[in-house]
Design a protein around this ligand. Structure first.
Ligand SMILES: [Mg+2]
Length: 131
Protein backbone atom coordinates (compact mmCIF):
# COMPACT_ATOMS: atom_id res chain seq x y z
CA UNK A 1 0.00 0.00 0.00
CA UNK A 2 1.52 3.27 -1.15
CA UNK A 3 0.68 5.92 1.43
CA UNK A 4 2.08 9.44 1.09
CA UNK A 5 4.14 10.61 4.06
CA UNK A 6 1.87 13.58 4.59
CA UNK A 7 -1.21 12.34 6.36
CA UNK A 8 -4.49 12.13 4.53
CA UNK A 9 -8.02 11.58 5.67
CA UNK A 10 -10.70 9.45 4.15
CA UNK A 11 -14.32 10.16 4.97
CA UNK A 12 -16.84 7.39 4.96
CA UNK A 13 -20.47 8.33 5.33
CA UNK A 14 -22.51 6.17 7.67
CA UNK A 15 -26.17 6.44 8.65
CA UNK A 16 -25.12 7.48 12.17
CA UNK A 17 -22.49 10.00 11.12
CA UNK A 18 -19.00 9.83 9.77
CA UNK A 19 -15.93 7.77 10.46
CA UNK A 20 -12.54 9.19 9.68
CA UNK A 21 -9.84 6.80 8.76
CA UNK A 22 -6.53 8.45 9.29
CA UNK A 23 -3.40 7.27 7.60
CA UNK A 24 -0.31 8.74 9.13
CA UNK A 25 3.26 7.54 9.04
CA UNK A 26 2.24 4.42 7.12
CA UNK A 27 -0.15 3.40 9.91
CA UNK A 28 -3.89 3.37 9.44
CA UNK A 29 -6.17 4.13 12.36
CA UNK A 30 -9.77 5.08 12.89
CA UNK A 31 -11.05 7.98 14.94
CA UNK A 32 -14.41 8.10 16.62
CA UNK A 33 -16.53 10.76 14.97
CA UNK A 34 -19.32 13.00 16.20
CA UNK A 35 -21.46 15.70 14.67
CA UNK A 36 -20.51 19.34 15.31
CA UNK A 37 -23.31 19.91 17.88
CA UNK A 38 -22.25 16.70 19.69
CA UNK A 39 -18.62 17.80 19.66
CA UNK A 40 -19.47 21.21 21.11
CA UNK A 41 -21.62 19.60 23.83
CA UNK A 42 -18.89 17.06 24.67
CA UNK A 43 -16.24 19.79 24.74
CA UNK A 44 -18.36 21.95 27.07
CA UNK A 45 -18.81 18.95 29.40
CA UNK A 46 -15.06 18.27 29.23
CA UNK A 47 -14.39 21.84 30.35
CA UNK A 48 -16.85 21.55 33.27
CA UNK A 49 -15.38 18.18 34.36
CA UNK A 50 -11.90 19.70 34.45
CA UNK A 51 -12.95 22.88 36.27
CA UNK A 52 -12.01 24.96 33.24
CA UNK A 53 -15.19 27.06 33.44
CA UNK A 54 -15.43 28.02 37.13
CA UNK A 55 -11.70 27.51 37.76
CA UNK A 56 -10.45 29.68 34.90
CA UNK A 57 -11.22 33.09 33.50
CA UNK A 58 -11.87 34.33 29.99
CA UNK A 59 -8.59 36.27 30.26
CA UNK A 60 -6.76 32.99 31.06
CA UNK A 61 -8.39 31.36 28.09
CA UNK A 62 -7.64 34.23 25.71
CA UNK A 63 -3.94 33.85 26.58
CA UNK A 64 -4.23 30.12 25.90
CA UNK A 65 -5.96 30.92 22.60
CA UNK A 66 -3.05 33.17 21.58
CA UNK A 67 -0.68 30.27 22.36
CA UNK A 68 -2.73 27.94 20.17
CA UNK A 69 -2.92 30.52 17.36
CA UNK A 70 0.89 30.65 17.56
CA UNK A 71 0.99 26.87 17.07
CA UNK A 72 -1.35 27.27 14.09
CA UNK A 73 0.92 29.94 12.64
CA UNK A 74 3.90 27.63 13.09
CA UNK A 75 2.13 24.79 11.25
CA UNK A 76 1.00 27.07 8.41
CA UNK A 77 4.50 28.50 8.00
CA UNK A 78 6.05 25.02 8.04
CA UNK A 79 3.39 23.56 5.75
CA UNK A 80 2.46 20.90 8.28
CA UNK A 81 -1.02 19.69 9.18
CA UNK A 82 -3.27 22.28 10.83
CA UNK A 83 -6.21 20.13 11.97
CA UNK A 84 -5.06 19.72 15.56
CA UNK A 85 -4.17 23.42 15.81
CA UNK A 86 -7.51 24.65 14.47
CA UNK A 87 -9.28 22.14 16.73
CA UNK A 88 -7.36 23.37 19.78
CA UNK A 89 -8.39 26.95 18.97
CA UNK A 90 -12.03 25.85 18.70
CA UNK A 91 -11.83 24.05 22.06
CA UNK A 92 -10.74 27.30 23.70
CA UNK A 93 -13.28 29.41 21.82
CA UNK A 94 -16.00 27.05 23.07
CA UNK A 95 -14.73 27.62 26.61
CA UNK A 96 -14.74 31.41 26.26
CA UNK A 97 -18.15 31.44 24.57
CA UNK A 98 -19.64 29.29 27.35
CA UNK A 99 -18.32 31.58 30.08
CA UNK A 100 -19.47 34.68 28.21
CA UNK A 101 -22.98 33.27 27.86
CA UNK A 102 -22.98 32.65 24.15
CA UNK A 103 -22.23 29.87 21.67
CA UNK A 104 -19.95 29.42 18.68
CA UNK A 105 -23.05 29.22 16.50
CA UNK A 106 -24.41 32.51 17.80
CA UNK A 107 -21.01 34.20 17.38
CA UNK A 108 -20.69 32.92 13.83
CA UNK A 109 -24.25 34.02 13.06
CA UNK A 110 -23.37 37.56 14.21
CA UNK A 111 -20.08 37.60 12.28
CA UNK A 112 -21.57 36.16 9.11
CA UNK A 113 -24.44 38.66 9.22
CA UNK A 114 -21.80 41.39 9.36
CA UNK A 115 -19.86 40.14 6.34
CA UNK A 116 -22.52 38.54 4.17
CA UNK A 117 -23.30 41.62 2.10
CA UNK A 118 -19.76 42.95 1.90
CA UNK A 119 -18.30 43.30 -1.52
CA UNK A 120 -14.69 43.55 -2.45
CA UNK A 121 -12.00 40.96 -2.76
CA UNK A 122 -8.39 40.12 -2.05
CA UNK A 123 -6.01 41.70 -4.55
CA UNK A 124 -2.29 41.02 -4.21
CA UNK A 125 -2.62 40.16 -0.53
CA UNK A 126 -4.73 43.23 0.38
CA UNK A 127 -8.49 43.14 0.87
CA UNK A 128 -9.94 45.89 -1.30
CA UNK A 129 -13.34 47.00 0.00
CA UNK A 130 -16.07 47.89 -2.40
CA UNK A 131 -19.02 50.10 -1.42
MG1 LIG B 1 -2.14 22.88 20.29
Amino acid sequence: MNIPKKEWWRHRARPDGFVFQMVQDDKESKMEMWTMPELIDLTEKWHVDRNLIDGATSKDQVLKLIQEVGELSDSVCKGTDVKDDIGDCLVILINIAKREGTTLEECLQVAYNDIKDRKGKMVDGIFVKED
